[in-house]
Design a protein around this ligand. Structure first.
Ligand SMILES: [Zn+2]
Length: 309
């Protein structure tokens, strides 16, 4: 197949022509009922495939003090000395957040693995899958937090820097659509380096798709809580991550579009201290509240309760 035809095929798939996954938003408009499908496996309880021995001690990346790994674990993976929030996996975050045994993962729509036939991309995906035990950079499903049911999606920076390609975009759109149809609140945790390079323009299109899905959800009166974690950048911050009705962030998370070095080179000015960190964004009105991880579950539960969800 020629390169032009391949791109054309990808576009057709993206638009849902001759493809069963398709553009989810189209189905929402057609009035066809979305029957949220779930996988049967309890993903949060299944062990990671490449289980590595954990060190007894762990050094804090910020203050450089060492602690017993068990001590850090019992402190929600936060440094007991300086409050540094360690990077946690998507499954770990879900375990810390949801009521035990309530998470049901969506059976996501199928999408092209390698829409532009980018060299060595499939091998890279396979390697990431083996390493992380995830099939993509996002897990989404329905769960309960303190008895409140919601749709929750978690991006992880551990899988190709949480970059958004067609699969991630489609999963976000699907999660939003399910929240709309099931009349549930929506919570998305972002952690991303931005668009997925290997999917070129297809990955940029996900910004429009996810934003449109959120807007539709918004018009139907849905509640969307966006929770930004370290790092939330690029095309993810420039689309669904910043469209929350309520914007939360973890302490000291890097949040922005382009990195500080690129901005400094472009505007030829020194950037202020703490630029693009949660605290700076809170001060400048982009974020409603910074939530420490040990408060995460409690804050989400309270917000859902306040909104009568
Ligand atoms: Zn520390």
């Amino acid at each position: 197949m020629s390169q032009v035809n391949k791109i054309k095929k990808s576009w057709m798939e993206y638009l849902g022509i001759g493809h069963k996954g398709g553009l989810q938003a189209d189905r929402a408009d057609s009035g066809e009922a979305v029957t949220a499908e779930f996988t049967s496996e309890d993903v949060l309880e299944s062990p990671a495939p490449a289980k590595v021995e954990e060190d007894a001690y762990k050094e804090c990346d910020s203050c450089k003090k060492s602690f017993l790994t068990s001590e850090i674990k019992s402190n929600f993976y936060v440094c007991p000395n300086c409050g540094y929030h360690f990077n946690i996996s998507a499954k770990r975050r879900l375990k810390l957040l949801v009521d035990k045994g309530t998470f049901r993962q969506f059976k996501y729509p199928e999408v092209s693995e390698n829409p532009l036939d980018f060299p060595e991309y499939e091998d890279k995906l396979q390697a990431q899958r083996g390493k992380t035990g995830l099939d993509e950079a996002l897990i989404a499903g329905v769960a309960e937090v303190d008895g409140h049911e919601l749709v929750v999606a978690v991006l992880t920076s551990r899988f190709l820097m949480g970059s958004m390609g067609v699969a991630v975009g489609e999963r976000i759109a699907y999660a939003v659509e399910c929240a709309e149809k099931l009349k549930l609140p929506l919570l998305i945790f972002s952690a991303s380096g931005g668009a997925r390079m290997q999917e070129g323009i297809m990955s940029l299109m996900q910004m429009a798709k996810t934003s449109a899905a959120i807007e539709r959800f918004n018009q139907k009166g849905g509640l969307y809580i966006s929770y930004l974690t370290h790092p939330t950048t690029g095309g993810v911050s420039a689309s669904f991550a910043f469209l929350g009705d309520i914007m939360l962030a973890e302490p000291k998370a890097l949040i922005g579009f382009a990195g500080p070095r690129v901005i400094e080179q472009t505007i030829r000015q020194k950037l202020p201290e703490g630029f693009q960190r949660s605290e700076y964004l809170l001060e400048h009105g982009f974020i409603d509240r910074i939530v420490e991880r040990k408060e995460m579950r409690n804050v989400i539960s309270q917000l859902l309760k306040l909104h009568g969800m």
